[in-house]
Design a protein around this ligand. Structure first.
Ligand code: TRP
Length: 339
């Protein structure tokens, strides 16, 4: 293998991001992450993976996890992640992730890991299963990023603290052993960065929210999408405008604007004088129209198990080739024997 034949271009920056396979890719994941990945793969050496090892930190049925991870792979392909342009794979297929995690563990303080906001939140939420993996989650994420000498890491705002830890670990390691890791920058997209729940517009739209009406997915059918938007919580009054005291309507305006590539002001103008009911249907129909071809592609990929296997295998081989380069260096630096 060479850098060229795995599609890595010398002077392009490296971006890397992962997504946990839970539920399905939501409108929030799409606008906040996956759509940007698809755009960024044109200009960057791009590495995207299904974070299936991270998914083990909460209890899952094996068959359900397997089905979900496979479905996520098909969903990313359907969203236009192109295996000719980006490296796409399952995290668990590249053993270097877990191996680097172990080494980084030995440079991570229990204090800093236990201070992570997400660890505290998840410990409260899964109080019957506060396992080591839950605390170690951000160190695995650091390994994901540092293995590939990533320049930029597109993440949601909720992952920013994990990126800070990643940077701290890279700097700590580099200070002790000399330049080894690229210190990555978080990349938090401003456009469509935060899509809120359709039922509680003060909370983020989440793929694990128990209330299905709180979200729509890229693979939902048109009727479901329109129905969920019809049921979306709005605010008092009847004006269609972005305002702090109108989180529900503001969320819908932002969604419509992001889907239609318009500004919020354009949307306000377009719907001036119309009622919430009409507006909610218009947003639902716009989202459904955007997702219809994605859903179709998804079903096509999902039916083609051997294609997914082939792409995933090739992706893992490319990722392992790049990851091994860093891992070899790290092992040598910390004093492990190599022949
Ligand atoms: N923890 C991330 C999330 O839940 C997913 C993830 C895992 C990730 N490893 C990563 C994101 C590395 C960016 C880089 O959103």
């Amino acid at each position: 293998m060479t850098d060229e034949n795995i599609g890595q271009v010398q002077n392009k920056k490296i971006i890397l991001s992962g997504i946990q396979p839970t539920g399905t890719i939501t409108l929030g994941n799409y606008l906040g992450a996956v759509r940007n990945w698809q755009i960024m793969q044109e200009d960057f050496n791009s590495i995207f993976f299904i974070a299936d090892l991270h998914a083990l930190t909460v209890k899952r049925e094996p068959a359900e996890l397997r089905q979900c991870a496979n479905s996520f792979f098909a969903q990313l392909l359907a969203c236009g992640i192109n295996p000719e342009k980006a490296i796409l794979y399952f995290q668990s297929h590249v053993h270097q992730h877990a191996e680097l995690q172990w080494i980084l563990n030995c440079y991570t303080y229990v204090g800093e890991a236990s201070r992570m906001t997400q660890f505290k939140d998840k410990s409260a939420k899964h109080s019957d299963n506060i396992n080591m993996g839950l605390m170690d989650y951000p160190v695995l994420m650091a390994a994901d990023v540092l293995l590939f000498q990533s320049d930029l890491v597109p993440v949601g705002i909720d992952q920013k603290q994990h990126l800070e830890l990643t940077r701290d670990l890279a700097i700590r390691f580099n200070n002790r052993y000399g330049d080894t890791f690229k210190v990555p920058e978080p990349y938090i997209p401003t456009m469509g960065a935060k899509v809120c729940s359709l039922q509680d517009p003060t909370a983020k739209m989440s793929k694990s929210d128990p209330d299905e009406n709180s979200r729509v997915s890229i693979i939902d059918d048109e009727a479901t999408i329109v129905r969920r938007f019809k049921r979306a919580v709005t605010d008092s009054g009847n004006e269609i405008c972005v305002r702090e005291d109108k989180p529900g309507v503001s969320n819908l305006i932002n969604i419509y604007a992001a889907i239609e590539n318009k500004s919020a002001q354009d949307v306000e103008r377009e719907f001036a004088g119309q009622g919430y009911g009409t507006f909610k249907i218009a947003v639902g129909e716009a989202v459904a129209a955007k997702f219809a071809p994605i859903r179709e592609e998804y079903l096509r990929y999902l039916a083609d198990k051997s294609y997914i296997a082939e792409v995933a295998k090739a992706g893992a081989e490319k990722a392992a080739y790049l990851a091994e380069r860093t891992l070899r260096k790290v092992k040598k630096k910390v004093g492990l024997i190599s022949f």
